[in-house]
Design a protein around this ligand. Structure first.
Ligand SMILES: Cc1cc2nc3c(=O)[nH]c(=O)nc-3n(C[C@H](O)[C@H](O)[C@H](O)COP(=O)(O)O)c2cc1C
Length: 169
């Protein structure tokens, strides 16, 4: 798939097969995440790839709007030590770019994925952190459910292009 088609046909997938994801594909998802841009190239991130059913259940208990069943759940985390001190909010941009890259790579690999927000809601951040015993210095940012789309997956590509949202001056 070419870049433009890849970007324009990505969609959120929320229903998955049990089929495990190959290790090589998991590495590509992580490579895509870390290929993202970051302010001052601080790369203020670490990622959990959760395969354990027990841990996935713990995360799902902590997240109210996610709770999907997928072979892996990626938790993109802010590595606080690498945040730009005078502009901490930039981590939101950095982790957003990394999360989107994971979605795009998943699509390229024939996988489906959905991004569920953890950051910036303090209650979700605290609950997810506790659910997987995350060490001090890491803050959970997004939970990305990834797997092969189920045969009855109903997700559709939405054409969200709206010329009224573009101001060419
Ligand atoms: C920051 C963020 C938070 C999101 N949180 C959730 C969520 O909690 N649960 C969910 O099912 N989808 C979540 N989504 C996915 C959006 O619902 C989805 O991207 C949107 O409906 C557009 O659909 P599309 O991704 O298929 O284009 C989130 C997406 C983003 C970027």
């Amino acid at each position: 798939m070419e870049g433009k088609e890849l970007i324009l046909t990505r969609k959120s997938v929320r229903s998955f097969k049990d089929t495990p994801i190959e290790d090589g594909k998991i590495e590509l998802l992580m490579r895509a995440a870390m290929a993202g841009p970051s302010a001052m190239n601080k790369q203020p991130w670490e990622f959990y790839v959760i395969k354990s059913e027990e841990m996935k259940a713990a995360v799902n208990k902590a997240i109210p709007f996610g709770k999907y069943k997928s072979p892996i759940v990626i938790i993109a985390c802010i590595k606080e030590a690498n945040a730009v001190p005078v502009a901490h909010d930039l981590v939101n941009c950095d982790l957003g770019a990394a999360s989107e890259n994971i979605l795009l790579m998943a699509h390229e690999l024939g996988l489906g994925a959905v991004w569920c927000a953890i950051y910036p809601t303090k209650a979700f951040m605290k609950a997810v952190k506790k659910s997987i015993n995350m060490p001090v210095g890491l803050t959970p940012y997004s939970a990305i459910y990834v797997g092969y789309p189920s045969d009855d997956d109903k997700s559709k590509v939405k054409d969200k292009y709206d010329t009224k949202k573009v101001r060419i001056i």
